[in-house]
Design a protein around this ligand. Structure first.
Ligand SMILES: Nc1ncnc2c1ncn2[C@@H]1O[C@H](COP(=O)(O)OP(=O)(O)OP(=O)(O)O)[C@@H](O)[C@H]1O
Ligand SMILES: [Mg+2]
Length: 242
């Protein structure tokens, strides 16, 4: 079976600054990968390259059969298969929760209102917020808003989901609610790349942990590397992060 996501020797520069210095890793369908590392190590940039929010200078990225580095690729076709959730959830404040979730279904998938509403009901149920469908975002807690953002992404039926520090703006209780939703998704077989500082979550949910250091993939393994790291750099990162 081909990898769901495969990066080979990916180099990304911003001007003279080389942020990704030839990184390689692959992710099988259904796997959950935790991408960890210090601030500035290139985690967000790597995610953004996977979704072609950034163009790479060299190397290859394959995602669900799309050649991401190919300038001829239509990013919209890629993004039908790849959902992304950020730290800032960016819901539209003047639309209800349901309307936020339905927007892309209507605009991109050309669904009619009643079909889109059915999908919205299903994905909101999946994140535990069925009863909030007609509320406005400001009536929800931060954690609930982030779960709506996850539902909005799920509504498009992505094959891979990318999460970039989705809990870092939330207090511990709300963080727990969001992480539980993500663990449910993982159990349901979603392929996920999760940039996170939540090491307890990584231990529980990750099939693979990728530690980035100064633009390199420095150590890779299963969740046990979080307990018994091989490299001094990962050991030091874990000591400081916990
Ligand atoms: N658009 C950009 N233009 C110039 N430099 C950038 C750009 N985006 C990121 N960088 C630089 O690339 C490096 C890696 O940034 P990135 O956001 O990928 O790090 P990160 O590992 O996600 O860090 P954090 O944990 O703080 O989110 C940093 O030095 C950053 O300043
Ligand atoms: Mg980042």
């Amino acid at each position: 079976m081909p990898a769901a996501v495969k990066l080979e020797n990916v180099v990304k520069r911003f001007g003279a600054l080389e942020v990704l210095k030839g990184i390689s890793f692959d992710i099988e369908a259904g796997q959950v990968v935790a991408l960890i590392g210090a601030s500035g190590s290139g985690k967000s940039t790597a995610l953004r390259c996977i979704n072609r929010l950034e163009q790479i200078q060299s190397g290859t990225i394959e995602v669900c059969g799309h050649r991401v580095e190919d300038p001829a690729l239509d990013p919209r076709s890629l993004r039908q298969d790849v959902g992304m959730v950020f730290q800032s959830y960016n819901l539209f404040p003047h639309m209800t929760v349901g309307e936020n979730v339905m927007l892309a279904l209507k605009r991109v998938k050309r669904m009619d209102r009643s079909a889109a509403r059915k999908v919205a009901e299903r994905v909101l149920r999946q994140v535990g917020l069925a009863e909030k469908i007609d509320n406005y975002p400001e009536q929800l807690s931060g954690g609930q808003q982030q779960r709506v953002a996850i539902a909005r992404s799920l509504a498009m039926a992505p094959k891979v989901m990318l999460f970039d520090e989705v809990t870092s703006a939330l207090d511990p209780k709300l963080t727990g609610e969001v992480l539980r939703v993500m663990e449910d998704l993982a159990k349901a077989g979603m392929t996920m790349v999760v940039v996170t500082h939540e090491m307890a979550f990584a231990r529980r949910a990750a099939d693979k942990v990728i530690f980035m250091h100064q633009g390199h993939v420095h150590e890779v393994g299963d969740a046990s590397i979080l307990t018994t790291p091989e490299t001094p750099e990962l050991r030091e990162f874990l000591d400081h992060d916990l």
